[in-house]
Design a protein around this ligand. Structure first.
Ligand code: PLP
Length: 221
């Protein structure tokens, strides 16, 4: 009835009123990923790139600067180059040594983006040191934690604000789905949900969420 619809639409994060918003199967997956990462909350997306886009679109504005640390997944950097037309700039520091990272920070740096192990070279960064560097300056920290999965590395327990994944690779594990996720602080996830998820429409289909829940059962083996 009209009242039920109005209630649902007033809280699209807490209800399953329309499937471009929440869905019970997707929510079951999100609870599992949040638990694995020891994060406050999780949002699943249609792909890893949709999850990465949502972090940028949900949390940044014109005038902000992103600092990428370590070798970064190519399309993530292509997206950063595209964001220049919206007034968001970036730099890349290939060496994850914290002293060099500190020197590359700018007053406008809003987001420290780390990939560790980094794409292709698999160089490992000092995650607690980088999280502290960002935290002390009020800079948001996000890691692309794809390569290790949450089984082998839990960056949120080392001080990172957000952790993103493509589930298309190891988390799915069967080469039959494309998915992504962001896990982390509830305050940030709320902004990502309402600004970047609901309006951008990059939802994970419930069937793919089900395939992913199945795939994750084989993750420890
Ligand atoms: C594949 C990959 C992505 C992007 O994920 P898609 O699901 O293909 O969009 C992001 N980060 C890393 C490290 C990847 O390997």
């Amino acid at each position: 009835d009209l009242e039920g619809l109005a209630d649902g639409l007033s809280d699209e994060r807490g209800t399953t009123v329309y499937s471009r918003g929440q869905n019970p199967t997707v929510e079951a997956l999100e609870r599992k990923l949040a638990a694995l990462e020891r994060g406050e909350s999780c949002k699943a997306f249609a792909s890893g790139m949709a999850a990465i886009s949502a972090v940028f679109l949900g949390l940044l504005r014109a005038g902000d600067h992103i600092l990428f640390v370590n070798n970064t997944y190519g399309p993530t950097l292509q997206l950063a180059r595209h964001l220049a037309r919206f007034g968001i700039e970036h730099d890349v520091v290939h060496d994850p040594d914290p002293a060099g990272v500190e020197a590359a920070l700018r007053p406008e740096t809003k987001l420290l983006w780390v990939e560790s192990p980094g794409t292709m070279l698999f160089r490992v960064a000092d995650l607690p040191a980088l999280a502290t560097l960002a935290g002390e300056r009020g800079i948001l920290s996000c890691i692309d934690n794809t390569w290790t999965t949450p089984l082998l590395q839990k960056p949120l327990t080392m001080g990172f604000d957000l952790s993103v994944h493509t589930a298309t690779k190891y988390l799915g594990g069967h080469s039959d789905l494309v998915a992504g996720a962001v896990v982390g602080l509830e305050e940030l996830m709320l902004q990502i949900f309402y600004r970047a998820f609901l309006l951008n429409g990059g939802i994970l289909a419930p069937f793919d969420a089900w395939l992913l829940l199945r795939g994750m059962r084989t993750l420890p083996t």
